[in-house]
Write a protein that binds this ligand. Structure first.
Ligand SMILES: C[S@@+](CC[C@H](N)C(=O)[O-])C[C@H]1O[C@@H](n2cnc3c(N)ncnc32)[C@H](O)[C@@H]1O
Length: 187
């Protein structure tokens, strides 16, 4: 495996690849530069449905451009919207197979606008309510926002019933980014 393939964002894709089928439904909660949105769009295919969210117009534009450049399937709706709205009526389909979160700043941008503990918690709570049986939520966490990490870890640790949380972390690094994975049991 190359260094690039060891990134947590790539680990997230490997997990999602095992869950998202052609025709499936997926949400990119933090679209950013659209790498994850493109991956979801291509994996879900022509009959699939992808929703992507970001609070920055720059990210929405960048994601839209990436999909166009790649000739991605026409299955994706990109919205300039805070993902904290996931529990609101009508924002998400009733069930979603995959949610991807990649927390932090928009890479390559001058903007310091990043995800926050408060919004991410509200978003995850909403996402969990829509997760399909057998579905998965992947969350890439970076060490620069300890409050957000603590909030996400506490939420993951408190999950009950059909939801379980796992952590994938490179052990031979100090303060590495890591991946939290929430899975819902099959019905
Ligand atoms: C690390 S980047 C995401 C990278 C992206 N997944 C990719 O593949 O390029 C984090 C993104 O989250 C966005 N963001 C921050 N708070 C948000 C929120 N409450 N709802 C939606 N997006 C948010 C930021 O604007 C930023 O673009």
């Amino acid at each position: 495996m190359t260094e690039a393939e060891l990134r947590v964002s790539e680990q997230a894709k490997r997990i999602v690849s095992g869950v998202l089928r052609s025709g499936g439904t997926a949400v990119d909660a933090t679209a950013g530069n659209g790498h994850d949105t493109l991956f979801l769009s291509q994996t879900a295919g022509d009959c699939g449905q992808v929703l992507a969210f970001d609070i920055q117009q720059e990210a929405v534009d960048s994601t839209r451009q990436r999909l166009a450049d790649a000739g991605a399937p026409d299955n994706t709706r990109i919205q300039l919207k805070n993902n904290a709205c996931f529990a609101d009526e009508g924002v998400l389909p009733e069930t979603v197979d995959v949610f991807m979160y990649n927390l932090g700043y928009l890479p390559g941008s001058g903007s310091r606008l990043a995800t926050t503990a408060e919004d991410t918690l509200a978003s995850l709570q909403g996402a969990a309510g829509h997760l399909a049986p057998g579905g998965v939520i992947t969350i890439c966490l970076y060490p620069h926002n300890p409050e957000e990490i603590e909030t996400v870890e506490k939420w993951c640790a408190g999950l009950t019933g059909s939801l379980s949380a796992f952590r994938i972390e490179r052990m031979n690094r100090s303060r590495p980014p890591y991946l939290a994975v929430v899975v819902k049991e099959d019905a």
